[in-house]
Ligand binder design. Structure first.
Ligand code: FAD
Length: 647
């Protein structure tokens, strides 16, 4: 039996991005003793990298905007597969969450008359993104951190201990959610620096660990995004929803190779940047799909006029939802009309004066100057699709953010599924974090503080099993099920690379049945080899060991993505099938749920070749009639299944 330090809390929040911090603030303000734990340094989360802004229908720049228009745009962007109640709550509550940030000290860019400025973004009918230059995420995290510190100062005054009600464990990773029967009882964790294990006991755990991008080779995501929260929830018995929907952002850097995938914010296009192919053509006009034909400009002149007079002109097709733009770029490159390094050209230099570019897009200016030696005020950028965001995620109840089937488990932010349907609109993530982070914190606190009877207990056997699982890479040369005796340990770096290449090549932006089957075979092989992932040295700051531990999660989420993508025989949002190129209205009624084959949560019992995931089809909940009434009938006909239209 291992001796592992234990600490008791009401709510444990896993992840300190926007969703986690907003959840923690709410939980603490509702009276729950709250711990936040994060894999990286406090303040270093994806949220800090967010550039463009927070989508909220405040109507500051165009008074025509309101929550109903935002709801409509979000549903259109997600091709109507969104969990509509989430989209409704999100559109209604986002403005309050932005104003609240301002009262906590956030300094947004202003309009001439002093209101919070809002910028255009793809798929949003009106200028809607509250922003701070192209460093919005930094301001959001700074503000939430400041709020946390101020709450800790309040607690100090009362208790003499800053961390009595709200504590942050940074550079600590959760590897298992612990349970007492069906209920959550805490989290098993290790500290990166010392390798020390510890347990945070709590009846409520909020998962807010962000995305899965590191399972793909070309990605805008950083090292932490190995799908941990998705895997933790699966292993705890919660299903994942619609994992086939992965967003490939149209504009990542393509050159030099060392920076391939790094994001080029959509604000570049929102502020007037245009996409051209090697022939100099603004090709997006050739790629406006039928469902969007009436809403987008049909000529360059009209598109250009829209920036000055949006009420009498339609927006340029460079501002179509991301899935459409990414596919168009992919097609141009494939047709031989790409840029020298396999992307297309994104140009602001001919569209805005140099000083305006430097003021509105300071990070982009520096990013290209320093990383690619390109001056974006004088020449075009080369850009191409990059894996950016996962729409699929933990299946949650819309109002409470509670994970389905596991009492005490909650999820918010990128790790939660449903809100964005098959494709997320830019800016809708930061608002999602705030709206559902708050809701998750609220309900997690209510659940924990409202428990009657005994609290769930942490089971010693589960702690020992979690410790043994975490230590396994240090002794990984023995015989394994399905492997030959005496085979040498596998290098976790090599396994990571092979996994990323597989997902990139075979389950990437354009998908084909045979390739996805090949991917599942390769994943089966990697699964067997990953059980022999071995590391040398000791537990003190050992990056090889951390990579080996991430593999379990990456393999689980990659299998979910590949299985669900193979199952969905249509193209919708972030899921494009070359062999089923159109959107099929019948599929709008279908959610795909991924569950663990071995419900006990132990991976050892599963056949490594058969895989670890079962897929279940579920009928989507009918959209409430008053929300459907926000759309024209002719539009609904394009999306809804036949029987839904009759209903
Ligand atoms: P994150 O901010 O990703 O935080 C996850 C947290 O979980 C981190 O603290 C991490 O350390 C922790 N964690 C992970 N695994 C574990 C574990 N096992 N144990 C403990 N802790 C763990 N969206 C917009 O709306 N507008 C934008 O302008 C925008 N720009 C973007 C630009 C870039 C470059 C990128 C990459 C994304 C952008 N997005 C944008 C998307 C948005 O930033 C993310 O979707 C969002 O920030 C995710 O927030 P989150 O709170 O869910 O998770």
């Amino acid at each position: 039996m291992s001796v592992v330090d234990r600490q008791e809390w009401d709510v444990v929040v896993v992840g300190a991005g926007g969703a986690g911090l907003r959840a923690a603030i709410e939980a603490r303000e509702r009276g729950a003793r709250t711990a936040v734990i994060c894999k990286s340094l406090f303040g270093k989360a994806h949220t800090v990298m967010a550039e463009g802004g927070i989508a909220a229908a405040m109507g500051n720049v165009n008074s025509g905007d309101n929550w109903q228009v935002h709801f409509r745009d979000t549903m259109r962007g997600g091709k109507f597969l969104n969990q509509w109640r989430m989209a409704e709550l999100h559109a209604q509550e986002a403005p309050d969450r932005v104003w609240e940030l301002e009262t906590w000290g956030a300094l947004f860019d202003r309009t001439k008359d002093g209101r919070i400025s809002q910028r255009n973004f793809g798929g949003h009918e009106y200028p809607r993104l509250a922003h701070v230059g192209d460093r919005t995420g930094l301001e959001l995290i700074r503000t939430l951190q400041q709020k946390i510190v101020s709450l800790q100062q309040e607690d100090f005054k009362e208790t003499g201990d800053y961390e009595s009600r709200l504590k942050v464990y940074q550079e600590c990773t959760v590897t298992r959610i612990l349970k007492d029967g069906s209920r959550v009882s805490g989290a098993f964790c290790y500290e990166r620096e010392s390798g020390r294990f510890f347990v945070l006991e709590a009846p409520s755990v909020v998962v807010s660990t962000g995305g899965i991008g590191k399972s793909f080779k070309v990605t805008s995501n950083s090292w932490e995004y190995t799908g941990d929260g998705h895997a933790l929830a699966l292993l705890a018995g919660a299903p994942l929803l619609n994992m086939e929907f992965v967003q490939f952002h149209p504009t990542g850097m393509v050159w030099p190779p060392s920076v391939k995938g790094i994001l080029v914010t959509e604000s570049v296009r929102g502020d007037g940047g245009v996409l051209r192919n090697s022939e100099g053509k603004r090709f997006m006009f050739d790629y406006i799909p039928d469902v969007f034909k009436e809403k987008y400009a049909q000529s360059e002149e009209e598109g250009d006029r829209w920036y000055e007079d949006p009420d009498h002109n339609r927006r340029p097709p460079e501002l179509l939802p991301r899935d459409e733009v990414a596919r168009a770029i992919n097609s141009e490159v494939k047709a031989g009309r790409g840029s020298p390094h396999g992307g297309v050209f994104l140009d602001v230099s001919t569209r805005m004066p140099a000083e305006v570019i430097r003021r509105r897009l300071p990070s982009m200016y520096h990013q290209f100057k320093e990383l690619a030696d390109v001056d974006i005020t004088a020449e075009a950028m080369e850009v191409g699709p990059t894996c950016h965001y996962v729409m699929g995620g933990i299946a949650v109840e819309s109002d409470s953010a509670s994970a389905r089937g596991v009492p005490g488990l909650f999820a918010a932010g990128e790790v939660a599924g449903g809100m964005h349907g098959s494709n997320r609109l830019g800016g809708n993530s930061l608002s999602d974090l705030l709206v559902f982070g708050r809701r998750a914190g609220l309900h997690a606190a209510q659940y924990a503080t409202g428990l009657t009877g005994a609290r769930p207990l942490v089971d010693e056997v589960q702690v020992d099993t979690a410790a043994a699982e975490a230590l396994r890479p240090f002794s990984a040369e023995g015989p394994e099920p399905g492997a030959e005796n005496g085979r040498p340990p596998e290098n976790p770096y090599t396994l990571h690379q092979e996994l990323q290449q597989t997902m990139n090549d075979l389950v990437g932006i354009i998908r084909r049945e045979a390739e996805m089957e090949a991917a599942l075979e390769k994943l089966a092989d990697l699964r067997v080899r990953a059980r022999r992932a071995g590391v040398e040295g000791h537990r003190q700051f050992n990056p090889g060991w951390h990579l080996a531990l991430d593999l379990r999660n990456m393999l689980l989420v990659s299998e979910c993505v590949a299985r669900a993508a193979l199952e969905r025989t249509e193209s919708r949002g972030g899921h494009t099938r070359e062999d089923h190129p159109t959107m099929d209205r019948a599929w709008r009624r279908v959610n795909l749920l991924c569950q663990l084959v071995d419900p006990s949560g132990g991976l050892a019992a599963t056949d490594p070749v058969r895989g670890q995931i079962d897929l279940v089809r579920e009928t989507t909940e009918p959209i409430r009639p008053d929300l459907l009434a926000l759309f024209d009938k002719e539009e609904l006909v394009k999306y809804l299944a036949e029987e839904e239209l009759y209903e």
